[in-house]
Design a protein around this ligand. Structure first.
Ligand SMILES: [Fe+2]
Ligand SMILES: [Fe+2]
Length: 199
């Protein structure tokens, strides 16, 4: 593959299916399909959004203690919230392993996957399409009906408006349940709030 070229998401799917559990492959398939729809709807780069979606959960099945060990072995900075819930590290570790083991070198894909749990103020529109698709794929909406509004906003208003509602819902849930909030959830939400105010 020439440097900088995007591999087809179907090639990546075939290689990932060899090591991922079936249920996770099905989740990823639903996210790819929805990211495709959202990217098309908003006139974005569809192959880029599909590739971000295809790669996003490469290590989602890895046990939390193993994710923590991989992060420590690489010397990654680990937030206390991540130390308490190492599953949150599957974004960064997935981005790194996708580059190292699967040769996906595009920086936009790397950043999108690294931050796919909370989004990021520097996200590209395609990254937002992948992010929303991951949060509102049909199985997740069935489990948490409030996500239906997030999906609607993504179609009727904007991907960023949908992301803001999603983070609001997660924040309210954290307050209700007495859970900690990851700093990036707050940073991203602040960015989205300010962007909305300036629009
Ligand atoms: Fe994930
Ligand atoms: Fe996912």
């Amino acid at each position: 593959m020439p440097d900088g070229a995007l591999p087809a998401d179907l090639d990546l799917r075939a290689r990932m299916a060899l090591e991922l559990p079936g249920g996770l492959v099905e989740h990823i398939d639903r996210v790819v399909a929805l990211a495709d729809t959202l990217a098309r709807h908003h006139g974005l780069e569809v192959p880029l959004a599909r590739l971000m979606a295809q790669g996003h959960d490469l290590v989602r099945h890895v046990p939390p203690a193993d994710l923590l060990a991989r992060a420590e072995a690489r010397g990654l900075p680990i937030d206390p919230v991540e130390r308490d819930a190492p599953l949150l590290l599957h974004g960064p570790i997935g981005a790194l392993e996708l580059r190292e083991r699967f040769g996906v070198t595009d920086a936009r894909v790397f950043d999108a996957i690294w931050h796919h749990t909370w989004g990021h103020p520097d996200y590209t529109p395609e990254a937002w399409a992948m992010f929303i698709a991951d949060k509102v794929e049909p199985h997740k909406v069935r489990r948490w009906k409030a996500l239906r509004r997030v999906h609607r906003l993504a179609l009727d208003v904007s991907l960023e408006a949908a992301a803001l509602l999603y983070l609001d819902l997660r924040l309210k849930e954290a307050v209700r349940e007495g859970h900690t909030v990851h700093p990036l959830a707050t940073l991203t939400r602040n960015y989205l709030l300010r962007a909305r105010a300036e629009a």
